[in-house]
Design a protein around this ligand. Structure first.
Ligand SMILES: Nc1ncnc2c1ncn2[C@@H]1O[C@H](COP(=O)(O)OP(=O)(O)O)[C@@H](O)[C@H]1O
Ligand SMILES: [Mg+2]
Length: 339
């Protein structure tokens, strides 16, 4: 990752007084957020006003002005009242025009999200830097007037991939000799995507060679690009209660405090402590600061997809509803059954 950090730093060139936008693009799970965080941590001491806005794709589904308010609160520690998008744009421009800011907009999926938060260089003070990460390159290249410099995330090299996989599968930097060939086979069927290597590595940890071979056969049947299906292998291997906890986190509790969810799962007799241990050891979730659930967006999407597939056509027949509109529509149908 050091090379990639250096390359992005070079594009940002923080010593120059202009305002710069850099867009990091690449597929989900390749390491964009990790790279943006490393760069942000390295640079933040040189900026008085800093903000790293995570997960814009998800947050922008909620209240439209929430992100604009968050940006102003993060940067200025003030709580402005933003009545609508236009008002938000006006306030951001007025308040930040003379400030040197370091801003990361992570996981953007629509160009309008940039329009509302950081439309162009005239919004920010001299020396400001805006980093955008996205899976979809077109979001950062559609509007040429914005002049976003592009950085394409490349795959890890083979040695790094083997090392990352071994860390999860063996808790060592290199596979033991008797598992070396099998490990190489896994990388050839999984690819060098860090997220997939972490998940599959954790899934194979402690398993016998026969199970490895069976998993390799299954993975080899899944097309290379279908990462979600490869990740699903790990979900499928969970026992029922852990699967339910995984789906609840994907639909409701990502980035949320764990207290209430734990009470709920205890009441459902899902043995949450052991389910959470399972999910953490399989790298399917992380617990931040001992209290907050965190799940990678690719896994959250997988969990929600699994729930959608319970009944593809009628959301009222699915086990969970996380979109407000759908939940309200269901309540209006008066068909909610409390289980
Ligand atoms: N160079 C790397 N070395 C080791 N792990 C990495 C590297 N890049 C990413 N990862 C891991 O891979 C996972 C996915 O990375 P992330 O930055 O969230 O991807 P993206 O933002 O592109 O979806 C994370 O768990 C991260 O820790
Ligand atoms: Mg990301």
């Amino acid at each position: 990752m050091t090379d990639q950090v250096e390359a992005v730093m070079k594009l940002l060139n923080v010593d120059s007084p202009d305002v710069r936008f850099v867009g990091i693009h690449g597929m989900g799970g390749i390491g964009k957020t990790t790279l943006a965080k490393l760069v942000f941590n390295e640079l933040s001491c040189r900026f008085e006003y800093c903000s790293f806005i995570n997960d814009i794709r998800e947050l922008s589904k909620g209240e439209p002005t929430k992100l604009q308010t968050k940006l102003l609160v993060d940067l200025l520690c003030k709580f402005p009242s933003v009545s609508d998008n236009e008002d938000g744009v006006k306030k951001i421009r007025e308040m930040l025009r003379t400030k040197k800011v370091l801003l990361v907009l992570d996981d953007v999926d629509h160009t309008e999200q940039i329009d509302r938060l950081a439309d162009n260089s005239s919004w920010f003070g001299s020396g400001s830097r805006i980093i955008i990460t996205t899976r979809d390159k077109s979001t950062i290249e559609r509007d040429p007037s914005r002049k976003i410099m592009q950085f394409e995330m490349m795959e890890m090299n083979y040695y790094q991939a083997l090392q990352l996989f071994s860390k999860q599968a063996f808790k060592e930097d290199f596979p033991p000799t008797d598992y070396l060939d099998l490990s190489k086979e896994v990388i050839s069927v999984v690819g060098k995507l860090p997220l997939a290597l972490e998940i599959i590595g954790s899934h194979l940890h402690g398993k016998q060679k026969d199970e490895w071979k069976e998993n390799i056969r299954t993975l080899a049947r899944i097309p290379h690009k279908n990462v979600q299906k490869k990740l699903r292998l790990s979900y499928d291997s969970l026992e029922y209660r852990s699967q339910q906890v995984f789906l609840d986190i994907a639909c409701f509790f990502n980035n949320k405090d764990k207290t209430n969810a734990m009470y709920m799962w205890e009441a459902c007799k899902f043995h949450p402590e052991s389910a959470i241990d399972d999910l953490v050891s399989m790298s399917l979730i992380k617990i931040i600061d001992h209290e907050t659930f965190w799940m990678h967006d690719q896994l959250r999407d997988l969990g929600r997809e699994i729930v959608c597939l319970e009944n593809f056509i009628d959301f009222g027949k699915r086990s969970r509803l996380w979109e407000h509109k759908e939940a309200i529509a269901m309540l209006k149908r008066r068909e909610v059954k409390w289980l």
